[in-house]
Design a protein around this ligand. Structure first.
Ligand code: ZN
Length: 279
C-alpha cells in the first residue's frame, strides 16, 4: 500500500516537473530575449507571417500547416508586448510601389485557405491584441470542406469558413484575400483557365463583401511571370507566394515572400524566423 502511494506521488511529481520544464521552455524567451531598440530595427524589411490552421486538434493536420491556439497566442502576445503592430497587405503594396515608409516593427499576418479554425481560435486572439490579418479564401469552397486538398491526399478533412464568419471578420478589419475559385495549382492549367480562376475569385468575393479585394495568394505557392501579369491585369495590387524571405521596397509586389510559421516552432524559433529571414 505504501509502495503504491509513494509511486503515485513520484509519478505526480515527475508529471509536474515535465509540465514545468515545457512551460518554461515555451515562455522563457518572452523574458530573456532582448528586443532591439526601435531605432535599431531595419524598418525597410517587413516580415509577412504565413499561417494556415490555428487549431488544437491533431486530427486536423500536422505541424507543417497547423499552429496550436496556445502557441499562436504566445506569438501574438510577444509581438504586442514588444511594440510590433500589424499592417495590411494593401499598405505593404503602397510601401513598395510608392516608396512610402512604414513605422519600425511593422508586421503582416496572413492565413491561407480560410479554415473555420481561423474564426474560432485565431480571430479572438487577434482581437485581444488589436491585431489585423489577411485571410485568403477559396471562393467556390466557402462554407464547405477542403476537398481540394483531401482528394490529393495532402490534408485531412477540415471545415472552411462560411460567409457568416467571413463577414464578421471583415467587419472587424480582417482583410479577405483571394486564393482562386478552386485552389488549383495555376502553373498546371492553361493561362485562360488560370485567368478565369484569378478574375472570378475576385468578383465573387467583391460581390458579397461590397468592398474591393486587392490581395491574392497563389495556391501551393506556384506562380510564374505570366501569372504575375495576369494577377496584375485582374486588378489586384499585391500577391503573396510561399517563398521564404522579408519584404523590402525593392520587392516584386506580385511575388511577395513570406515567413512560414510551423506548429513545432517554440517562441524562440518563431522570433528567429521573422527577425533573421534573409531577403
Ligand atoms: Zn492554399
Amino acid at each position: 500500500m505504501r509502495l503504491i502511494r509513494t509511486s503515485l506521488i513520484v509519478l505526480v511529481l515527475l508529471g509536474a516537473a515535465w509540465f514545468a520544464v515545457r512551460y518554461v521552455w515555451e515562455i522563457l524567451p518572452i523574458y530573456i530575449y532582448s528586443e532591439p531598440a526601435v531605432g535599431d530595427i531595419n524598418a525597410s524589411q517587413i516580415p509577412v507571417l504565413m499561417y494556415h490552421k490555428i487549431s488544437p486538434d491533431p486530427k486536423s493536420g500536422g505541424f507543417g500547416t497547423r499552429v496550436t491556439p496556445a502557441r499562436f497566442n504566445l506569438q501574438m502576445q510577444y509581438l504586442a508586448k514588444n511594440g510590433y503592430h500589424t499592417v495590411q497587405l494593401t499598405e505593404l503594396a503602397d510601401f513598395i510601389k510608392e516608396d512610402k515608409t512604414l513605422p519600425p516593427k511593422s508586421i503582416v499576418i496572413t492565413c491561407d485557405d480560410g479554415y473555420l479554425d481561423n474564426y474560432k481560435y485565431a480571430f479572438p486572439i487577434l482581437k485581444k491584441y488589436g491585431f489585423t490579418a489577411t485571410v485568403f479564401v477559396v471562393a467556390d469552397y466557402i462554407g464547405k470542406t477542403n476537398d481540394f486538398d483531401v482528394e490529393k491526399g495532402l490534408q485531412p478533412v477540415n471545415q472552411l469558413l462560411g460567409w457568416n464568419e467571413i463577414d464578421q471578420m471583415s467587419d472587424y478589419g480582417i482583410t479577405i484575400g483571394a486564393h482562386t475559385l478552386s485552389h488549383v495549382s495555376l502553373t498546371d492549367v492553361t493561362l485562360p483557365e488560370a485567368r478565369y480562376e484569378i478574375e472570378n475569385c475576385k468578383l465573387v468575393l467583391e460581390k458579397h463583401l461590397g468592398t474591393s479585394v486587392e490581395a491574392f495568394a497563389y495556391p501551393y505557392g506556384h506562380y510564374n511571370g505570366q501569372l504575375e501579369e495576369t494577377v496584375k491585369e485582374s486588378g489586384y495590387t499585391i500577391a503573396v507566394t510561399t517563398d521564404q524571405g522579408l519584404v523590402t521596397p525593392r520587392s516584386d509586389p506580385y511575388a511577395i515572400k513570406r515567413v512560414r510559421i510551423r506548429g513545432d516552432y517554440n517562441l524562440r524559433k518563431f522570433i528567429d524566423e521573422f527577425r533573421n529571414t534573409r531577403t
